[in-house]
Design a protein around this ligand. Structure first.
Ligand SMILES: [Zn+2]
Length: 367
């Protein structure tokens, strides 16, 4: 890894571009590289704090090297619009800020980092290899007043212990460069790495780049898990086996080469009742959306208030009809009964929006 060339004011020259700025978020601890016009805005990743300028020499972010590869944004604009529009309409009693225009206006392209590692692997391995075979048996069945013989094929697996040695080069083993990568992929799906191309500074346009918060030495353990899966698979294929189990190995690794790859993501947000940003993520390739869902208690209270006003009108009507019934015309008492039932019925529904908002937010708050 080369040292990053730094200048006094915290910017650095080189592939990122001389005027690109390094900023950090005090809430999610994310470190970002931004074009100068995006400086000190709300954190595009967590939305919970304004970004603050960092001095790479002082604050020593984990990793500031530019990437080698990039998966470009590929989702069509109408696809993004459709996802956002559907989400904005999906919530009853949504906060006023949760609307299509606000979400689209705040859409921020952001690249997330990931590692690809090449490594030479050698070592001994052992595993049980399973080979499929069929046995044929005959079953006697009494059918149509006669005994009939039926041929029955049954699949079985023969297990054999195998040992071997392996020496091989494995390329492009994926490993997370962000603590949050699994969380993001669980929400919007995985990225198609086949679309990758060599990184060029011009690709960034007005995007923000999230720098790795896991250095290669940290991500290596996960890469080894992936390598073991790949090696176990190769050993099984070499044995021409159909299954394998109990794979054990004592690997040695050499010549690890790390490559940083950027993945495309859009983020947006809306403000809830407490003016807290609720994040909305969109997959940069597929347009798949995941948004935090909060409904507005204020709005629920307004709806409940309107229902209460209608119930109060029915209550007045009930009282008026009772008065008429007892003094002038007895027939009004029956109508007073109907109005009374409506008062109770309508009044009772006033709690529904309140209960709904309370329940929805407490359930979503836990998820
Ligand atoms: Zn943040």
């Amino acid at each position: 890894m080369d040292e990053v060339e730094l200048t006094q004011n915290g910017n650095w020259i080189g592939v990122w571009g001389a005027d690109w700025v390094l900023e950090g978020c005090a809430s999610c601890n994310g470190v970002f590289v931004l074009p100068p016009d995006k400086v000190s805005q709300r954190c595009p990743f967590c939305g919970q704090a304004a970004l603050a300028q960092m001095d790479p020499a002082d604050n020593r972010p984990i990793y500031t090297q530019p990437p080698e590869l990039l998966v470009p944004f590929g989702a069509a604009e109408n696809q993004l619009r459709a996802s956002v529009s559907k989400f904005a309409k999906s919530l009853w009693l949504a906060p006023a800020d949760l609307n299509e225009n606000a979400l689209l206006g705040r859409l921020q392209p952001i690249y997330l980092p990931m590692w690809l590692v090449d490594a030479q692997v050698q070592g001994e391995w052992q595993a049980e290899m399973g080979f499929d075979y069929e046995i044929v048996s005959h079953r006697e069945q009494f059918k149509n007043s006669d005994w009939q013989t039926e041929r029955v094929k049954e699949k079985r697996v023969r297990w054999e212990q195998r040992v071997g040695r392996l020496q091989r080069q494995y390329d492009n083993q994926a490993a997370p460069a962000l603590e949050e990568q699994a969380q993001v992929e669980a929400k919007i799906g995985r990225f198609d790495l086949k679309a990758q191309k060599p990184f060029q500074p011009g690709d960034l346009h007005n995007s923000v780049v999230h720098l790795p918060n896991r250095p290669p030495e940290d991500a290596w353990n996960e890469a080894v898990v992936g390598l073991q899966t790949a090696v176990a698979q190769d050993c099984r294929l070499a044995c021409e086996a159909d299954h394998s189990r109990g794979f054990k190995w004592s690997p040695r690794f050499a010549n690890q080469q790390w490559t940083q790859l950027l993945l495309p993501l859009y983020t947006s947000y809306y403000l809830d009742d407490d003016n807290r940003a609720q994040m909305v993520l969109l997959h940069g390739q597929t347009g798949k959306l995941h948004g935090a869902k909060r409904v507005s208690m204020k709005r629920a209270q307004r709806v409940a208030g309107m229902i209460a006003v209608i119930a109060a009108v029915f209550l007045l009507l009930t009282l008026a009809l009772l008065a008429v019934g007892f003094t002038v015309a007895e027939g009004a008492l029956a109508w007073a009964g109907v109005a009374g039932v409506l008062t109770v019925g309508v009044g009772g529904t006033a709690v529904i929006p309140l209960l709904y908002a309370w329940y929805f937010n407490s359930v979503q708050g836990k998820s």
